[in-house]
Write a protein that binds this ligand. Structure first.
Ligand code: ATP
Length: 223
């Protein structure tokens, strides 16, 4: 199974509690999740990313156990070999576009220098139509350009799982279409699984082998 989880989580605030009960197993490569606002989509993706810990259950992705309450396994986000691209992405303001994308390659050692160019970074800059902006800083970019830099940064590490939460929300129609194609090509090249949350039916049609509908913390149906 590529995707296999059975998890429960209760989110508590002083005013109310929200309960998620989620079960899914599939051998497909790409899954899309859609559902109304507040249904629990982002919480599910955060549990897969390791940013929120389920109360009970297990999460297996590919051939790896990410979380298992009984076996007391809970891999740290950085051990999960995934890239998580979400709505409130943030670029490093003091690094150029090229340095932002290279950053994860050099994690923990030094920031890449301004003129250090790897072949992979150059390739991603080109694919995401950012080559001409390589030496600009985030505050010099439009929202859509920043979004593309964040996507390139997510893919540079060749993750085994790509989590996309409304990835194209700031892009115009033409650019959305081109970037979908680029992401799909990269996905095939690096052979990674993909899970996407989107309200855009075109994203779902384009990417998903299977579609999950999430409502009020429950996976309601499967198409
Ligand atoms: N840290 C938290 N503590 C308590 N409740 C939370 C917490 N995070 C989210 N919730 C609640 O859990 C529910 C699910 O939130 P979540 O962000 O997963 O929904 P969503 O489906 O991603 O929504 P949207 O499409 O609007 O982004 C919401 O009712 C939200 O208020």
């Amino acid at each position: 199974m590529n995707f296999n989880w059975n998890i429960q989580k209760t989110l508590l605030t002083p005013q109310r509690s929200f309960q998620l009960t989620l079960e899914y197993a599939s051998s497909c490569q790409s899954v899309a999740i859609f559902g109304p606002s507040g249904a629990g989509k982002t919480t599910l993706i955060k549990m897969i990313a390791g940013l929120v810990t389920p109360d009970t259950g297990f999460i297996n992705i590919g051939d790896r156990i990410f979380f298992d309450e009984i076996q007391q396994i809970n891999l740290k986000p950085q051990q999960r070999n995934l890239a998580y691209f979400f709505q409130a992405y943030s670029l490093f303001p003091h690094l150029t576009v090229q340095q932002n994308i290279s950053f994860s390659l050099k994690r923990g050692i030094f920031n890449p220098t301004k003129h250090q160019f790897s072949k992979e970074v150059a390739g991603l800059l080109e694919r995401f139509e950012l080559s001409h902006l390589a030496h600009q800083y985030p505050h010099e970019l439009s929202g859509g350009q920043q979004q593309r830099v964040a996507l390139a940064r997510a893919l540079i590490t060749k993750p085994k799982l790509l989590l996309l939460d409304e990835p194209f929300s700031m892009l115009d129609y033409q650019l959305r279409q081109r970037l979908r194609m680029e992401i799909k090509n990269i996905q095939q090249q690096i052979d990674c699984l993909l899970l996407i949350i989107s309200h855009d039916p075109e994203d779902i049609d384009f990417f998903a082998d299977e579609v999950l509908f999430l409502e009020d913390g429950q996976l309601k149906n499967k198409a």
